[in-house]
Structure formats: C-alpha cells, structure tokens
Design a protein around this ligand. Structure first.
Ligand SMILES: CCC(=O)SCCNC(=O)CCNC(=O)[C@H](O)C(C)(C)COP(=O)(O)OP(=O)(O)OC[C@H]1O[C@@H](n2cnc3c(N)ncnc32)[C@H](O)[C@@H]1OP(=O)(O)O
Length: 337
C-alpha cells in the first residue's frame, strides 16, 4: 500500500494579507476560548476522511468514514476529497474560490474512490482543475475547481448575517435526540431509529437554531439555520484544508431544506445532483459557523437549495447551491407515541 502523505494538503499556510481578507477573530490566538473545545482530539476529517493516499502523479485514493443510512456515499465527502485532490496540484499562493460538481453515479461504500486530476489551465491569476472521482472504472463525480491568488479591490460588500442565539445557548443534535428519547411512552420503532442516529459517527457537530418539534411536524417555510463545525481540532492555517472541510460540511442536511413545507410527504428517493460553492474569505471549519439554508424553488421532482456559511463574527465565508432529485410519497406512519 502506498504511504499516506503527511498532512492533507501540504505546505499551504493561511492567506497572507489580512488587510484584504479579514481573519477570523478565532485565528488571532489558537488559545481563544472558542478553539479550546477539542484541541486534544484531531478531527477525523483531517486524519482520515480528507487524508488522500497518493497513488501516482495527480492520482489519489480516498476512503470512507461515515456512510449515510441510504448506503450511498455522502456527497460532501466526495466533493471534499475531490477538492483535496485538486488543491494538491496548485501552488501555495492560490486559494480555492469556487467549485462546480455533478454527482453522476451513486457512490459505492464498499470500495475506495479514485481521484484523477486534470490540470486544465495555470493562468496568471486563476488556475483551473478538473477532477473525476472514479469507482468501478466509471466516474461518480465530475468536479471543476478554480483557484485564485489574492487580488485586493475596493469593491467589497456582503449581506448581513441573521441574528440568532449563540451556539453555547443551543443543544447539539445528540442532546436533542437524548431529549426526545427521554419522552415517556415512545414507540419502540422510533426509539430504535433515534438510537441509530445517536450511533452515527458523523464527523461534524450541529446545533439547530430552531429544532423541529418532536410531536408535531408542522409545515414551515423552506429555510433553516444551524451552527456547524468539524468535530475535533484542525487549527489555524492551511486555508485550503478548511475549504475542503467546508465542502464536506456544506452538503450535510442541505437538500432537506426543500422538504420543510411538506411534512405530509417523506422522501422516497432523494439525492443531490450537483453542488457548487464559492469561498469568499478565511474561516476556520473547526469553529462554529452559521449555516443559513433556503430553498427558493421545488418542482418536477427536483428541489433547489442555496446556503450561506457565516463566520460567527458576521463575515460571509462561503456560499453554496445545490439541486437534488426529490421523489416523495405521503406519510402513512403511526404516531411516535
Ligand atoms: C446528502 C445528500 C447526498 O449526499 S446524496 C449523495 C450524492 N449524490 C448521489 O449519490 C447521486 C448520484 N447520482 C445518481 O445516482 C444518478 O445520477 C441519479 C441522480 C440517480 C440519476 O440517474 P438515473 O439513471 O437517471 O436514475 P433515475 O432517476 O431514473 O432512477 C433513480 C431511482 O429512482 C427510481 N425512479 C425513477 N423514476 C421514478 C419515478 N417517476 N417515480 C419513482 N421512482 C422513480 C428508479 O427506479 C431508481 O430507483 P432504484 O435506484 O432502481 O431503486
């Protein structure tokens, strides 16, 4: 077996020129209270999921950590790994600013994924890579990623971050499930479902801003807000790596936003068809970021979702878009109690 490279993406330190792209306040000191949460446990996203094995020039192999209940590979994992592969072939002064991916086949959790990088163009300011994720000799994902060197500009604006409770005042996904499990007379079937969710070793932490009401699933507008970060410590520096982690994180619970107005239906078949991201500035993916998701449209068995990842100091870190196939059927299940 080929030896794993040391570090996920070698060499790149953080963006230089903090006057152009403001640093996260949590970057200023690795001892800041917010970053002390998990320094003793390195994120498995760094040590395993995004730590690709180099097989040859521009050819890498990635393995899986968490596989969703659908037994299809998690789209965020494939996108994150593809971006790692692309980033390995660009110089340290270039930073991912966007990626555009199509999920063309279901990922098979039983075998690893190969990532073949094509060096499409090395320009003066922009560099473009194309990555094919391959299983069983066929592409499962095609990804174009573009990298840019820092170029200051007087043009600078962004939307305003929504005002929400801070993550310290909210429960984690696991704490919410435990709370649901403590409800008396819970049907055995639902207990089992919740316990399975608890056993999931998802390498990211989530704190929903408006957790769903356990007893009554009401139709809501297709908008959701949650705090999210990588589980475990990654540390400052290596902005390329934080972008790859954000790519992983950004696909989590994203498409579900399009189902929020339809509690009387459940997804019989849902899968992301494409995923696009734009990275705007520095951030730390192991620090809480607010993920603001909305679905402006659904129809014809498809749904469109758009997301914004906010640093907790109110700086817009990244934007995302995704379309997915959504085939639903009416809910006929009995009460949870
Ligand atoms: C968190 C979200 C994620 O991470 S999802 C993971 C990332 N995304 C993916 O894995 C998607 C990968 N891409 C694919 O699998 C394919 O490109 C997809 C999207 C399925 C399209 O391939 P295509 O060959 O056109 O499939 P398809 O849509 O015809 O069939 C897929 C399954 O749906 C069924 N289907 C089809 N039409 C209907 C219909 N009208 N009503 C009900 N079901 C329908 C098909 O029978 C097929 O089902 P099955 O897979 O055979 O069980």
């Amino acid at each position: 077996m080929a030896e794993r490279e040391v570090g996920v993406i070698g060499g790149a330190s953080d963006y230089p020129g903090g006057n152009v792209l403001p640093k996260s306040p949590e970057d200023e000191s690795s001892e800041s209270p917010a970053s002390q949460h998990s320094q003793d446990l390195k994120s498995i996203l760094v040590t395993s999921v995004l730590n690709l094995e180099k097989l040859d020039v521009d050819l890498y192999r990635g393995t899986h950590h968490w596989v969703p209940r659908s037994q299809r590979l998690f789209g965020g994992q494939i996108v994150g790994q593809a971006l790692v592969a692309a980033a390995k072939s660009v110089s340290d002064n270039l930073y991912a600013h966007s990626l555009h991916c199509y999920f063309v086949r279901t990922g098979d959790p039983k075998v690893p994924v190969l990532y073949q990088v094509d060096r499409i163009r090395d320009g003066r300011s922009f560099t473009v890579r194309s990555v094919r994720a391959i299983q069983h000799g066929q592409p499962i994902l095609i990804c174009q990623a573009s990298f840019h060197m820092l170029q200051p500009s007087p043009l600078q604006h962004q939307f305003t971050m929504p005002v929400v409770p801070q993550p310290e005042d909210l429960l984690t996904g696991e704490e919410l499930i435990r709370l649901y499990l403590s409800k008396p007379n819970l049907a055995e079937k639902f207990k089992q479902g919740l316990n399975k969710l608890l056993a999931n070793e998802v390498p990211i932490e989530i704190k929903p801003v408006n957790p769903p009401h356990f007893y009554r699933l009401a139709a809501t507008e297709p908008k959701t807000l949650f705090w999210v970060r990588a589980r475990g410590y990654i540390g400052e520096g290596n902005m390329k790596l934080h972008c790859c982690v954000a790519a992983y994180v950004s696909d989590f619970a994203f498409l579900g936003t399009a189902l929020l107005p339809y509690p009387d239906y459940r997804a019989q078949f849902s899968a992301s068809l494409d995923h696009a991201m734009w990275f705007h500035t520095t951030f730390r993916s192991d620090e809480w970021m607010l993920y603001e998701c909305e679905s402006p449209w659904a129809g014809g068995s498809r749904g469109l979702v758009q997301g914004r990842l906010w640093r907790r100091d109110g700086v817009l870190a990244a934007s995302c878009s995704q379309e997915g196939v959504l085939r639903v059927k009416p809910v006929t299940e009995p009460s949870k109690l």
